[in-house]
Design a binder for this molecule. Structure first.
Ligand SMILES: CC(C)(COP(=O)(O)OP(=O)(O)OC[C@H]1O[C@@H](n2cnc3c(N)ncnc32)[C@H](O)[C@@H]1OP(=O)(O)O)[C@@H](O)C(=O)NCCC(=O)NCCS
Length: 225
């Protein structure tokens, strides 16, 4: 990204300096994977390892159906990311077609476990279960480094995601989040997402939130009505 990347002016008190939001580049993939596995500790994808996640996020970032924004500090270190897709089921299909062999290569040891195979299938099937009564465009995942939480980085990342969905004329947008993730649920509500329902994912309850992001919709970031 160039000079027009939004810069966060209110630097966190518990971190060193400001962070800037830009599109993920190929070289960011491992840092994004590490943020995912360390930030979403209860998530199934985290158990598949950072190499798998790095390939997955590279696949999402380079696919026309998906995109990833990262927040980087003054030293260029990734301190957060957000991923989105205009259609998760089509994105997964396309990523599997383009880099399925790379992803499979990182999973050889997992294929020996039937429970892991079952969960991979559930994960790939879940968009179809949810899509019936909720919008296809989705915020797939967001993580902010613990040192940068409460700093505004998360809302700047979602601002970038909202702008990208608006550019793609995708509205409304949904996010599915574990019901037990209090901070994430509080964050989405405060941002302007509305609870649309709940589902059971891998045996755990998850909340489905939606937000209108087209011109005139209620989205626009923290602090806006
Ligand atoms: C979700 C996440 C990106 C939000 O970023 P953040 O910087 O923590 O968000 P903010 O601090 O701006 O907002 C969080 C809200 O929750 C509140 N909050 C803080 N700690 C909390 C806690 N332990 N429990 C519940 N709410 C909490 C904050 O006060 C804030 O609400 P407020 O501004 O009305 O007071 C970040 O917490 C994170 O990376 N979590 C781990 C990964 C994750 O759960 N991702 C979501 C699933 S994909």
């Amino acid at each position: 990204m160039g000079d027009d990347s939004p810069t966060i002016s209110n630097a966190p008190t518990n971190a060193r300096a400001s962070a800037a939001v830009r599109l993920m580049q190929r070289d960011d993939a491992l840092a994004v994977a590490q943020q995912h596995s360390q930030g979403i500790t209860g998530g199934f994808l985290s158990t598949l390892g950072d190499r798998f996640l790095a390939h997955l996020y590279r696949g999402i970032a380079s696919n026309p159906r998906g995109f990833v924004f990262v927040a980087v500090d003054d030293a260029g270190r990734v301190v957060g990311f957000v991923a989105g897709a205009d259609s998760v089921s089509r994105l997964y299909r396309s990523v599997l077609l383009r880099r399925g062999w790379l992803l499979a290569g990182t999973l050889i040891r997992h294929f020996l476990r039937p429970s892991t195979v079952r969960r991979i299938i559930e994960t790939l099937r879940y968009p179809k279960q949810v899509e019936g009564d909720s919008p296809e465009p989705e915020l797939l995942s967001i993580v902010v480094d613990p040192q940068w939480r409460g700093s505004g980085v998360a809302s700047h990342l979602v601002d970038a995601l909202v702008a990208e969905f608006r550019r793609r004329r995708c509205s409304p947008v949904k996010v599915i989040v574990g019901a037990g993730l209090d901070r994430a649920n509080a964050f989405y509500v405060r941002y302007g997402f509305r609870l649309a329902g709940s589902i059971t994912s891998h045996g755990d309850k998850a909340n489905v939130y939606t937000i209108e992001v087209d011109e005139g919709g209620p989205a626009g970031g923290m602090g806006k009505p």
